[in-house]
Design a protein. Structure first.
Lengths: 367, 96
């Protein structure tokens, strides 16, 4: 007996697509590797972030907005099906600027995105205006960009809820499976994991950094590479920051997450004191009172990056029925993956809006 | 509720919510306050329920108190010092 759909990769991308398909009545199996996986989903910062996504690729900017709009439905469905509150809040998001140069480059970025992708209400806030919105800012904060539709959520609760909700729709969550090979024919796939065989009509590769090796088995290309990010977490503090920001986020429980480092260090998931010092110093410049907060946890995780940083969505031309899905924004795009991409995959055709996300964009020879 | 096994000589004076307490050398804040008969050291951020030291080894965070004006200090990991001012922590620590 085969499945309508097998999703390889039980992280936020695969989990959202598997659950979204199961709610449409498909028989779905979600193959998950296990604790040896790199699991970007477990290291995520938790932003539902729109304001700076898709500069240079309007289709990505619009896709991100779609996801932001669908997120309340996703959060509601998770709460209804599983009782898990994924702590979605969409009060708007701030990107703080610590110099006039940062203000100028942020202003230019927003101007460019406005022209490329349309107005979503993002605007620059000056020194006084940002202080009227956020208490406790340090003198070095000269302003910020503000986008009214940015938000944040708890990625660990979301992952747990997606897996639990999949089971409620009679989906199969199959952990501890490493895919060794895929036997492919159009609309017919056999996935081999050790001695096990799983067959399906449709196959989604959403295996994060593992996708690079799996995609060619079904005639797809997913040239993703790791980009390390480090995160510091403080003790739980009385709520002082409701807004999402790109470097600091206070969770519903009161913990403060500090982050947004980017390092090209291969598959090294270690933390490093120098990067953590930089993260702490920047955030103490933004909120000086944080100098007294204790750090209780730190970790590093690997973002899944395509060559241009934009997602890849594509159906295999060689083996129709096989789909590539990867991005570095598993939380932000969860709403769209579950409620817009999954139905399109089940229908067997990605609509025109997905054309820009094809991996063929990487085939252009460099000049 | 708690009784000392032996009487270590020496006294360290500190206060808890303004009331003078006497600890023995080597006591943590949690040990000194449990020995003094305090039934709870903090109130939780969510429901305000009382909590007392539990694990006594730095893991459970149920012994959080304010020490010399700094909140979220783990009473079980902090040795008592002469003149220390300890206060019951009510709710989450604020830094702003």
């Amino acid at each position: 007996m085969g499945y309508d759909l097998i999703v390889i990769g039980g992280g936020l991308v695969g989990g959202a697509i598997a659950w979204g398909a199961a709610t449409k009545g498909a028989s779905v199996a979600l193959l998950d590797q296990g604790d040896i996986a790199y699991r970007a989903a477990r290291g995520n910062f938790g932003l539902v972030w729109v304001q700076s996504k898709g500069a240079g690729m309007p289709a990505y900017a619009h896709w991100t907005r779609t996801s932001s709009e669908l997120w309340p439905d996703l959060a509601g469905a998770m709460a209804g099906a599983t009782g898990v509150d994924v702590a979605l809040r969409q009060p708007g998001g701030l990107a703080f600027c610590l110099s006039d140069e940062e203000m100028a480059s942020r202003t230019a970025l927003l101007h460019r995105m406005h022209n490329e992708s349309g107005d979503i209400g993002t605007r620059m806030l000056g020194r006084d205006e940002v202080r009227s919105m956020v208490p406790g800012l340090g003198d070095r904060v000269v302003g910020a960009s503000f986008c009214p539709i940015d938000g944040h959520a708890n990625p660990l609760y979301l992952l747990r809820a997606l897996h639990a909700a999949l089971l409620q729709h009679d989906g199969a969550y199959l952990p501890g499976r490493t895919v060794d090979a895929i036997d492919a024919a159009p609309h017919s796939f056999t996935v081999r994991c050790g001695a096990e065989r799983f067959t399906c009509e449709k196959l989604v590769i959403a295996a994060g950094l593992g996708s690079r090796d799996l995609a060619p088995m079904v005639g797809l290309s997913m040239p993703v590479t790791p980009l390390r990010g480090q995160i510091l977490v403080t003790e739980r503090l009385r709520p002082f920051l409701d807004y999402a920001t790109h470097v600091i986020r206070q969770t519903a429980e009161g913990s403060v997450m500090l982050g947004d480092s980017q390092e090209d260090v291969g598959f090294d998931t270690a933390t490093s004191a120098m990067v953590m010092q930089d993260i702490a110093a920047r955030n103490v410049a933004v909120f000086p009172a944080l100098k007294d907060a204790s750090i209780v946890r730190v970790w590093a995780a690997l973002r899944v990056m395509s060559p241009d940083g934009f997602p890849i969505y594509e159906q295999s031309a060689q083996y129709p029925g096989a789909f590539a899905t990867t991005c570095h924004s598993g939380v932000t795009l969860a709403g769209a993956h579950a409620l817009a991409l999954a139905p399109a995959i089940l229908a067997g055709e990605l609509p025109e809006r997905f054309a820009p996300f094809s991996s063929r964009r990487f085939d252009v020879p460099s000049a | 509720m708690f009784r000392r096994l032996d009487a270590t000589p020496g006294e360290i004076r500190f206060t808890f919510d303004g009331t003078e307490q006497i600890a023995r050398p080597g006591d943590s804040v949690a040990v000194a306050l449990l020995a003094a008969g305090e039934p709870s050291l903090r109130e939780t951020p969510v429901s305000g329920a009382p909590r007392a030291p539990y694990c006594m080894m730095g893991v459970c965070f149920d012994c959080l108190v304010e020490i010399d004006g700094v909140g979220n200090r783990q009473a079980c990991l902090t040795p008592v010092a002469e003149g220390m001012q300890v206060r019951r922590q009510r709710g989450a620590r604020g830094v702003l």
